[in-house]
Design a protein around this ligand. Structure first.
Ligand SMILES: [Zn+2]
Length: 275
């Protein structure tokens, strides 16, 4: 990923136009793929642009339109959540990266140390203060997300913020100076009062709302009774495939982990039945 000094008018590319946390899609819900010349879009060519990645052999370019409220022809602005649901993982990840870099550019215009204007560095994605030299990189906020398993059932809870009835696995932000495993144990104890063991890594998912990194773990129940933290949770319990409430949709690591745990439970039950 790096800053582009000057946009080419003739190079074919995938375009990720960003404006206030929204991305521009054509009316058939695809990202524009053409040269700027062919697109004929009217915008300030000096606004920040970055080479994000390559997709199907073509460069993916972020153009952060900043204050310009440009409305192009044939298409519309979409927020990142709807973009995440529209695209398969590869393109969704690049779109998420576009949003995160645009958010970084917008929120690091001035130095947090001395208040002077920050300038973009050209060889990596960073901003540097021209006065005191303080350098800032795109912020990442790590959060752990964990599936707690007890006799094949998974712990699901409904967050207070989630009025729709969706139950999910627990999650929480990593605190400064804490290991990921410590965070998993602390969050589980704080949110539902349970002790856990056998914490193992599952996988991760960048979550660009606005700059989270979800890190998934699976752990076994080790003791205690469920005691919901009333400021965060309104419901919670042990679930399996036969009594599953509404759970998060596809394209989320939470869903992937719930499916994984329940599938393992299914396989174990089948093996017991065969004996
Ligand atoms: Zn400074």
């Amino acid at each position: 990923m790096k800053k582009i000094k000057k946009l080419s008018e003739t190079r074919q590319a995938w375009w990720f136009f960003c404006h206030e946390d929204q991305l521009w899609l054509l009316s058939d819900n695809s990202f524009p793929m053409a040269s700027l010349e062919a697109l004929g879009y009217d915008f300030d060519r000096q606004c920040p642009s970055y080479l994000l990645d390559y997709y199907q052999g073509k460069p993916c370019i972020l153009v952060d339109l900043q204050h310009q409220g440009v409305q192009f022809q044939s298409g519309q602005w979409h927020d990142m959540r709807s973009v995440l649901n529209l695209f398969a993982q590869e393109l969704a990840l690049i779109a998420g990266r576009a949003c995160q870099v645009a958010h970084f550019i917008r929120t690091h215009q001035f130095c947090g140390q001395c208040g002077e204007r920050m300038l973009s560095i050209t060889w990596e994605v960073a901003k540097q203060c021209k006065s005191c030299g303080h350098r800032a990189y795109p912020r990442l906020s790590p959060a752990v997300i964990m599936a707690i398993v007890k006799d094949g059932d998974v712990l699901l809870a409904q967050n207070k913020r989630n009025k729709g009835g969706i139950h999910s696995i627990l999650a929480g932000f990593v605190e400064a100076g804490e290991s990921l495993e410590q965070c998993v144990s602390r969050e589980v104890f704080e949110e539902v009062g349970l002790k856990i063991k056998n914490i193992s890594y599952f996988g991760s998912q960048p979550w660009p709302f606005p700059h989270n990194m979800m890190i998934g773990f699976i752990a076994d129940y080790a003791g205690g009774e469920i005691k919901l933290e009333p400021n965060e949770l309104i419901a919670g319990g042990w679930y399996n495939a036969s009594n599953l409430p509404e759970i998060p949709g596809p394209h989320t690591i939470a869903r992937e982990m719930i499916d994984h745990v329940l599938e393992l439970n299914q396989q174990t039950t089948e093996q017991i039945d065969l004996r």
